[in-house]
Design a protein around this ligand. Structure first.
Ligand SMILES: Nc1nc2c(ncn2[C@@H]2O[C@H](COP(=O)(O)OP(=O)(O)OP(=O)(O)O)[C@@H](O)[C@H]2O)c(=O)[nH]1
Ligand SMILES: [Mg+2]
Length: 335
């Protein structure tokens, strides 16, 4: 699950990347970032584990494009394998219009996808002449529908069914990827900016990349409070950005707890208990018997596992069970 940070030159990509990646940012333009998980706290109190481990997602900083001529072929090719885009818009320098930058990025993604579709449709047409069997009619139908969406200036993500169609998966269409727009505003400009509404696969967040980078360097909690107080800001926007990204990637979190380790794990939304077991280890998936599941809200209500069990809230679930966000799971398995 990889996210690419994109945008025009000087929009604040590297500042935001440095804030997200912390120390790791100095070594490389690619880093694993920890997903904050406050729901681990009661589990940590209960188990006082030796180790606490957080789910991570991968982010990659990219080079900025000059605003003339759009993002450019090189970057558009580079980001094709990514699952999600984090687009940083310059709303702080006063040199650019962030809404204009957003429209340019959207246009670039759409045009790039259109050209892939045109090429493919030409190929399909010539295959059809040779032999009908060479062509999958469902693929052709999806391509035609996708072209219609793009030609009306909408990204493929606007049609979530089409964006997820198995016939189109292999093309890795750029405008089908979920995108988080980070409106990089100066610290004064937060209140009075109107932003586009969130849409399918599209989220808008305001941030000050510079403030976040400075804040990431302050570890002392008192000093942090003073720094934020002086600026009159309530807190960091990083957690919100990370959790919205996590959501856009289509991930939910399940938790495991014991004396050795308390841990959060990522899972594609809609997957089952054995598949969750497979995230931990393929042996646990292979030998899966049952999952002992406690919903996070039920743990909060009961305070501990014993009470939850007495109240019948610790459930035994089988192979078909679809894991929910916040499930605390103990797997029973044979090796
Ligand atoms: N005042 C202010 N300055 C910022 C903010 N974000 C970035 N800057 C400054 O803008 C300049 C460019 O920021 P970068 O984070 O390097 O931008 P970038 O998008 O990585 O730039 P390229 O990689 O060259 O495309 C730096 O001098 C930053 O300190 C912000 O929110 N407020
Ligand atoms: Mg940069």
């Amino acid at each position: 699950m990889k996210t690419a940070i994109i945008g025009f030159a000087g929009s604040g990509k590297t500042s935001l990347y440095a804030a997200l990646a912390g120390n790791a940012a100095a070594q490389s333009d690619r880093a694993m970032i920890k997903v904050p998980e406050p729901r681990l706290d009661p589990l940590i109190r209960l188990f006082t584990p030796k180790k606490v481990t957080l789910t991570e997602i991968e982010v990659q900083d990219t080079k900025g494009a000059s605003s003339k001529g759009g993002l450019g072929e090189k970057i558009l090719t580079e980001i094709r394998p990514f699952d999600c885009l984090l687009a940083v818009l310059d709303g702080f320098s006063g040199l650019h219009d962030p809404e204009g930058q957003r429209r340019e990025i959207e246009a670039d993604l759409i045009i790039s996808d259109l050209s892939v579709i045109e090429k493919r449709l030409e190929r399909v047409a010539s295959d059809k002449k040779k032999a009908k069997a060479l062509v999958d009619p469902r693929e052709e139908e999806c391509l035609l529908r996708a072209r219609e969406v793009l030609e009306s200036d909408r990204p493929l993500r606007a049609d979530q069914d089409l964006a997820a169609a198995p016939e189109l998966k292999g093309f890795r269409f750029l405008s089908a990827k979920p995108v988080l727009y980070a409106w990089n505003l100066d610290e004064q400009g937060f209140a009075d900016r109107t932003m586009p509404e969130d849409g399918p696969g599209e989220v808008h967040v305001t941030v000050s990349a510079r403030l976040e980078r400075d804040l990431a360097e302050i570890t002392d909690p008192e000093e942090r409070k003073m720094f934020l107080g002086d600026l009159g800001v309530s807190g960091s926007a990083l957690e919100r950005i990370i959790s919205r990204l996590y959501d856009l990637l289509g991930l939910v979190t399940f938790l495991t707890a014991g004396e050795k380790e308390v841990r959060s794990w990522p899972l594609k939304r809609g997957l089952t208990a054995p598949e969750a077991a497979g995230v931990i280890h393929s042996d646990i998936q292979k030998g899966f018997i049952r999952a002992e599941v406690l919903a996070y809200a039920d743990l909060l209500a009961c305070k501990d596992f014993k009470t939850a069990k007495e109240r019948g809230l610790l459930r035994l679930e089988g192979k078909e069970y679809v894991v929910k966000d916040g499930d605390i799971i103990t797997f029973r398995f044979n090796v």
